[in-house]
Design a protein around this ligand. Structure first.
Ligand code: ADP
Length: 536
C-alpha cells in the first residue's frame, strides 16, 4: 500500500498557459500576418483579454463544455486565440486540415460533429464547396477584421467586439478533451486523435526543455508548421510557457516572405517540414542573403536531408531534427547533443545529429521490436517496428471502442527504426502505405484504386520516391491489360477528375508489376528500382 501524497490536486488546464503568459510576460509580443490585412501586433496581456472575449462570443453562439468547434485556418493570431478560448470553455477545437481532399475534410468535420466552424477569409472557397454537406455546423464565423469579412459570414471582430473582457473559466478534469487532430497517415478514413488538457500541458512543458526545443524568454519563435497539423508541434504551448515572442506567418511560407519576417522581427527560432526549408535556403542562395538573427530551426515531418543540415550549419544555424506523429502530440524524439556524443569529437557528433531523427525525451518511451514483438538491441544496427508509450501518446482513436495499443500500452507507429547506444533513433523505413509530400499525406492505396479503375489497366502500383523539393512524390507503375492501348496522358486525364490535383503521380511507368510470394504488390522492389527517378 502506498501513502497518499498531500499536494494539491489542481488539474492541468490549457487556459492556465495563456493566463500565466499574460501575468508573467504581459508585454511580450505576438506579431501576426493575416490574409489580406496589415501586420497585427499585440502582447500576451491583450491576447488573454481577447481570448476571454472569444470564449464569451462562442458561449453566446451556444458552444458548451464538451462541444466541438472546427477551424479552417492558418498560423495567425485569431486562430492562436481559439487555441486557448475553445479548450478554455471545456470545448474541443478540431483543427481541420484544408489540404485534405474535400471528401476527407467533410468526413472529419462531420465525424467531429462540430457546431461552429471558424475559417480564414481565403478558405471561403472550400467552405462554399462543402457547406451543404456539413451535417452539424450551425454557425460559420470568418476570422477576419470587420471590414474584410465576406457577406454571408459572421465576422469574428464584430462578434467579439462587445463581449466582456473576462470569462469565468471553469475548472474540470485534466483528462477532458481539448484538441481533435485527424491524421490521414493511415489507410482508410482519417482518424481522430483527441488530445486532453493533461497531454497538451505536459507535452508543452516537455517541448520547451533544453534537450528538446530549449526555449528561453529571449526567443522569438516563428512556427512554420501549420497550427492545424498536430497543433504546430505544440509550439503555441511550449512557447507561451516560456514567454517567447511569437511571429505568425499566416499562409506565406515562401522564402522571401519568411526572410522578411525574420529580418524585421528578429526571429531566432523556427520550425517546419523540410520542403519549407528547401525553399528558404534556395531563396538565400539566389539573393545572397543570410539568416540574420535566426539561430535554430527544428525540422521534421519527413527526414531531414543531410545536405540541408550542412547548409544551415554553414550559415550559423543549428538544425534540430524532430520525429513525431499526430498520435504522439507530436513530440517523439529530438536531435540535441549530449556529453557522450561530444566525446566523439565535433565531426562525429555532427554526423550523428544530422543523420538521426533524434534522441529519447523524458515522457515518451520508445522501443523497437522484431516481427514477434521481441525487443531488439539498441545497437544502431538492428531495425524493427518502432513502438511508443507515454502520457501524450494516444490510447484510442476518437469514437473507437478499441484500444490502439497493445496490452502493455505500446502504440505501433508504423515506422521502422534503429536505436543506438546513445539513445538516438533513426527511421529506416515505413510500414504504412502512405506517401508524404511536402508534409501532407497521399494515400498510395486510394491512388492505386483510382488508377485501377482506368479502362485498360490490369494492375496499378503506387510508391513514394525521393523528390528534391517535396521530399517524396508518388510514381505509378501500370501493367496494362493485354492489347490495351494505354498512354500516360489518358491515365492522367482519367485521374484528374477523381483525385486532388497534388496527388497526381509525378511519373507513370508501364511494365509488369512485381508481386510477393503471398500475391501482394512488392512495393520494395518497385521502390528500389526507381529510387532515383525524380532526383534533380
Ligand atoms: P506530423 O503532422 O507531425 O507530420 P503525421 O502523423 O502526419 O505527423 O506523420 C507522422 C509520420 O511522419 C511519422 O510516423 C513518420 O513516418 C513521418 N515522420 C515524421 N517526422 C519524421 C522525421 N524526422 N524523419 C522521418 N520521418 C518522419
Amino acid at each position: 500500500m502506498t501513502v497518499a501524497g498531500l499536494m494539491q490536486q489542481r488539474d492541468l488546464a490549457i487556459i492556465d498557459i495563456i493566463r500565466f503568459a499574460a501575468a508573467a510576460h504581459p508585454t511580450r509580443e505576438i506579431v501576426s500576418r493575416n490574409v489580406d490585412e496589415p501586420l497585427w501586433r499585440y502582447d500576451y496581456a491583450r491576447c488573454f483579454t481577447r481570448v476571454a472575449q472569444a470564449a464569451n462570443m462562442l458561449a453566446a453562439h451556444g458552444v458548451k463544455s464538451g462541444d466541438r468547434v472546427s477551424s479552417l485556418a492558418w498560423n495567425a493570431h485569431r486562430h492562436f486565440e481559439l487555441f486557448f478560448a475553445v479548450p478554455g470553455i471545456g470545448a474541443v477545437l478540431h483543427t481541420a486540415n484544408p489540404r485534405l481532399p474535400d471528401e476527407h475534410l467533410i468526413f472529419t468535420i462531420n465525424h467531429a460533429a462540430s457546431r461552429v466552424l471558424l475559417l480564414d477569409r481565403n478558405m471561403a472557397e472550400i467552405v462554399e464547396r462543402i457547406r451543404d454537406r456539413l451535417e452539424t455546423v450551425e454557425h460559420v464565423i470568418m476570422l477576419s477584421d470587420a471590414e474584410r469579412s465576406l457577406p454571408g459570414y459572421t465576422g469574428y471582430e464584430q462578434a467579439i467586439a462587445d463581449q466582456p473582457k473576462i470569462f469565468e473559466w471553469p475548472r474540470f478534469s485534466e483528462n477532458s478533451g481539448a484538441f481533435l487532430c485527424y491524421t490521414s497517415g493511415t489507410t482508410g478514413d482519417p482518424k481522430g486523435v483527441l488530445y486532453s488538457h493533461r497531454s497538451v500541458v505536459l507535452h508543452g512543458m516537455a517541448g520547451g526543455l533544453s534537450g528538446a526545443m530549449g526555449f528561453s524568454a529571449f526567443d522569438v519563435v516563428m512556427p512554420c508548421q501549420s497550427l492545424y497539423h498536430a497543433t504546430a508541434w505544440g509550439l503555441p504551448f511550449a512557447g507561451a510557457i516560456n514567454g517567447v515572442k511569437f511571429v505568425l506567418p499566416c499562409d506565406k511560407y515562401d522564402g522571401a516572405s519568411l526572410q522578411e519576417l525574420i529580418s524585421s522581427e528578429g526571429v531566432t527560432f523556427s520550425g517546419g517540414v523540410p520542403t519549407i526549408w528547401t525553399m528558404y535556403l534556395d531563396h538565400l542562395a539566389r539573393t545572397g542573403g543570410n539568416p540574420e538573427t535566426l539561430k535554430r530551426v527544428i525540422i521534421g515531418g519527413s527526414a531531414v536531408p543531410r545536405d540541408m543540415a550542412v547548409a544551415f550549419d554553414r550559415l550559423g544555424v543549428t538544425v534540430q531534427q524532430i520525429w513525431g506523429m499526430t498520435e504522439t502530440s507530436p513530440l517523439g524524439v529530438v536531435s540535441t547533443p549530449t556529453p557522450a556524443l561530444a566525446e566523439l569529437g565535433r565531426d562525429d557528433e555532427q554526423e550523428q545529429i544530422w543523420t538521426r531523427q533524434g534522441r529519447m525525451q523524458f515522457g515518451i518511451e520508445i522501443e523497437i521490436v522484431d516481427e514477434d514483438g521481441a525487443p531488439l538491441p539498441h545497437d544502431g544496427e538492428a531495425s524493427g517496428a518502432l513502438l511508443v508509450r507515454g502520457p501524450w501518446v494516444l490510447e484510442r482513436y476518437f469514437r473507437s471502442d478499441v484500444s490502439a495499443c497493445d496490452a502493455d500500452g505500446w502504440f505501433d507507429t508504423g515506422d521502422i527504426a534503429t536505436i543506438d547506444r546513445f539513445g538516438f533513433m533513426r527511421i529506416t523505413d515505413r510500414k504504412k502505405d502512405v506517401i508524404k509530400s511536402g508534409g501532407e499525406w497521399i494515400s498510395s492505396i486510394d491512388l492505386e484504386n483510382a488508377a485501377a479503375g482506368c479502362p485498360g489497366v490490369k494492375v496499378a502500383a503506387v510508391v513514394g520516391v525521393h523528390h528534391p523539393k517535396w521530399e517524396e512524390r508518388p510514381i505509378l507503375l501500370v501493367e496494362p491489360l493485354e492489347g490495351a492501348d494505354l498512354t500516360e496522358s489518358a491515365i492522367t486525364d482519367y485521374l484528374a477528375s477523381r483525385i486532388a490535383k497534388w496527388w497526381l503521380p509525378d511519373r507513370i511507368l508501364f511494365g509488369p508489376v512485381p508481386m510477393t510470394a503471398t500475391g501482394k504488390i512488392d512495393k520494395k522492389v518497385i521502390r528500389d528500382a526507381h529510387r532515383d527517378i525524380l532526383r534533380g
